[in-house]
Structure formats: C-alpha cells, structure tokens
Ligand binder design. Structure first.
Ligand SMILES: [Fe+2]
Length: 313
C-alpha cells in the first residue's frame, strides 16, 4: 500500500498554487531552469536541424529503417544492491517507463503493452513526456494512456511526474489515466510494516521552481527514491541522501553515430547522464533512453527501452 505524506487538504492547496504558477510559465512561454531563465535559441536551432535531417533520411532511404528501430522496445533488467534497503523490500521490483510520447507512432501503446504484460513488478514509475509535442492538445493521448494503465498491474502503485512535453492541465486527468501524479510531492510505500519513500518533482528542464528542491528534502527514511524528468536535480537528491534517482528526457540521444554517441543530447549536466547507470556519492542514478520518440519517429544506434529494477539488500 502507499500513502501521501501530506493530507488531501494540503495537497489540494499546494496543487492549486502550483497550477497557477505553471500556467503562467506555459502561457507566457517562460522557460525556467535551476540556473535561471532559459534561452529558446537552442531549441529553435534544433527544430531547423531536425527538418533538414528528416529530409536527408527520406532521400537516402534510411527513414524506414529508423522508424522500425523506434518501434522495437528493449526490456532492460537491472539488479541494484543496497545494504540499507529495509528487509521487507528485498526483491522489490520497479518498472520504470519514461518518455512514452505515446502519440508519436500510431498504435504505440499496444507495443508497450506487449512488453509490460510479460513482466512482474511491484510498483511502476513514469518519468514524464507522455505526448509528442510540447504544446497544443493532449486529449488524444488520454485514451491510450488509460488503456496502457489497465495493463500496468502494480500492487504498490503507479506514480508519474511531468516532463517538458507535458502541461499542467494533464493533472486533471491523472486518476482517469490510472496514475498518481507526484507534483513536488512524496509518497510512502509500506510493506510488512516497513517504509520507503518516493519523491517526484515537476519538470526542471523548463518549469523549475524551488518547490522541486523542497520536495527533495524529506528526511527520516532508510531508503529514498527520487523521480525527476531530467538528471538536473541529481546533485540535490544525492546531497539529501536519496538512494536511487530515476529520470529520462535524453532519449539516450535517440539518434546516435554509435551506441552512446548522440548527435544531440538535450541535457547539459555531463556525458555520464546521457543514458544508463551513474553515481553521485552514494546515490545511484539511472537515465532511461525512453520508450518513445520525439521530434522524428526514428532511432539509430539507440534502442528504445523500458527498465525493470530489482532492489536487493
Ligand atoms: Fe522525451
């Protein structure tokens, strides 16, 4: 079972304040990062390059190959050992889904479901980016998300954070989508009288606020997991003694010259955060290459993934 740290009334009030702030940022086109206001020139240049690259792929015939790659999802199984993991959670399995961009490829939800139904897990964590575009309508993704959620059988809950492609308006539909959204909030997972903590922040790539930092300051647990769309808050989480940090956003580059060598990576924290496991102090982090695609529905030298973690002590 699980329970939120804050009462429903406190959560309701905080969610309202968050929604007002987020709506201002979204509607004014403000991008805020921990380092300050973000320039959009990088993104505009990326969009131009993307159009040119798509044309090149179509002319050379590689587009079809890349599209096929994007529809092929790997399941990565990883065991993580923690001496401080409460005994009741020995063998606890977490399904990590990131960057579904579920409307980028027709029928993509079915491809994810084909993988998910073969797996057994206790809890599912989704680290943002549910739609393809960064603005516009999202109603069309509600049905596929809802169908997917029916196949995610996680007895200890399914929790999600928002990414930079998501809007605050999606929060209205969290339960309809079968998810518990963590917006700068934490939840206790309780098993046989022992507890671990899961904290989820709002997206720090475009919508950073100090509430995200505050939500990573909870103390008093033997084992803590942070869910953030990007690796940007990893140092903060490590400093606050989180044990595991799950994120996505990079897509592992999505288009790589060779495995691990992306043409473009939308993160500026360092190459080690591009994909896979990394460490800061005693904290282990994992950047998912993501299940879906954005920009262009192709992948090269960078397999789409869903990840199954087993925690052991
Ligand atoms: Fe993404």
């Amino acid at each position: 079972m699980y329970q939120f740290l804050d009462s429903p009334a406190v959560r309701k009030d905080r969610r309202l304040i968050w929604a007002v702030n987020r709506s201002v940022m979204e509607n004014m086109g403000l991008s805020l990062k921990k380092s300050g206001r973000k320039s959009k020139s990088h993104w505009n240049l990326f969009v131009v390059l993307l159009k040119f690259f798509a044309l090149l792929l179509k002319i050379t015939g590689y587009y079809k190959k890349g599209y096929g790659n994007a529809k092929t999802i790997s399941v990565n199984e990883i065991t993580l050992k923690y001496p401080n993991l409460p005994a009741a959670f020995n063998g606890f399995r977490i399904l990590h889904l990131s960057d579904l961009h579920i409307d980028s490829i027709p029928g993509f939800a079915a491809l994810i479901i084909d993988k998910v139904i073969t797996l057994k897990f206790d809890c599912c964590l989704l680290t943002g980016d549910y739609r393809r575009d960064i603005n516009g309508s999202f109603n069309h993704i509600l049905k596929p998300l809802h169908i997917l959620s029916k196949y995610i059988r996680a007895p200890f809950g399914t929790f999600a954070v928002l990414g930079n492609h998501d809007t605050y308006l999606m929060a209205r539909y969290e339960h309809e989508s079968g998810l518990e959204l963590l917006v700068n909030e934490s939840v206790e997972i309780i098993k046989n009288g022992e507890k671990i903590l899961i904290s989820g922040t709002d997206d720090p790539f475009n919508f950073y606020t100090e509430d995200a930092l505050l939500s990573l300051e909870t103390k008093g647990y033997d084992f803590k997991i942070a869910m953030v769309h990007t690796p940007e808050l990893a140092k903060v989480a490590s400093k606050n003694k989180y044990d595991l940090y799950l994120c996505g956003h990079t897509h592992g580059g999505q288009i790589c010259l060779k495995e691990g060598a992306p043409l473009i990576s939308h993160q500026f924290e360092g190459k080690q955060f591009n994909h896979g496991l990394w460490n800061i102090g005693k904290m282990t982090g994992y950047t998912s290459k993501g299940a879906g695609v954005s920009g262009m529905p192709v992948r090269f030298n960078c397999a789409a993934e869903i990840t199954l973690f087993t925690l052991v002590n």
